[in-house]
Design a protein around this ligand. Structure first.
Ligand code: BEZ
Length: 224
């Protein structure tokens, strides 16, 4: 089982943009590898269209996105026309990210992306709605695993990228329902006598019955 912080396994794959080596394809970018159960299905179509709409936001954050399902490249290519139409793109516009084919489930099995309750017509398991976020050091940083009947919230995926990128640079953690610009929590590892140095913008300690002073808020740090 893959654990957060592990090196994300490399693999080679055939995609709608040709053969690729996953680590090479990532280069110095963050990466989001997301799977879907099958092509020409309604929820998947809405998800992949949403990723087209959010593609500039991912690019702004130096994040490359790549889809994966068990269907063939020929099927992906045909389906991309529907997804582009649903996303409001015209036929001439390029589909902005690749989709991997994983006919033999070798990648999905290796990465734990299959759903044993979702089977194709041959009785083979399909891929679930899995999301892996990988950082520029190829470290596995975050995952979601949803069943076929529940579409994902890609605003949430963008939100967690913002949190990962912020908390890599500043000594904060992001609280419940946080969005960029909201107050953050000072990391428990920052000692009280360093608060002024580390957070010149100030820190508010929220009093709680325990008296332990652990809930320390600060304005969202500005990081480059
Ligand atoms: C869908 O994308 O709509 C879907 C795919 C597989 C099972 C259920 C729904």
């Amino acid at each position: 089982m893959m654990l957060l912080g592990d090196k994300f396994p490399n693999f080679t794959a055939n995609s709608t943009e040709g053969e690729l080596d996953f680590h090479q394809w990532l280069g110095d970018s963050w990466g989001i590898l997301f799977s879907h159960p099958s092509d020409f299905t309604p929820v998947c179509t809405t998800e992949l269209a949403r990723v087209i709409a959010l593609h500039p936001e991912f690019a702004k954050r130096n994040v490359k996105v790549i889809g994966l399902s068990c269907d063939s490249i020929a099927s992906h290519v045909e389906w991309c026309k529907d997804i582009k139409c649903y996303a409001g793109l015209n036929d001439e516009e390029k589909f902005p990210y690749p989709i991997i084919e994983d006919h033999d489930r070798s990648i999905a099995m290796k990465l734990g992306m299959v759903d044993k309750d979702e089977l194709d017509t041959a009785g083979m398991p399909l891929t679930a709605r899995c999301v892996f976020i990988v950082d520029p050091n190829k470290k596995f940083r975050l995952s979601f695993l949803y069943p076929a009947t529940t579409g994902r919230n890609f605003d949430e995926i963008l939100r967690v990228v913002d949190s990962l990128q912020l908390t890599d640079k500043a000594k904060v953690a992001t609280p419940v329902d946080w969005k960029v610009g909201d107050d953050c929590m000072v990391l428990p590892t920052v000692p009280e006598d360093q608060l002024n140095n580390v957070f010149p913008q100030g820190v508010t300690i929220v009093p709680l019955p325990s008296g332990k002073n652990y809930l320390r808020k600060t304005a969202c740090p500005i990081v480059q």
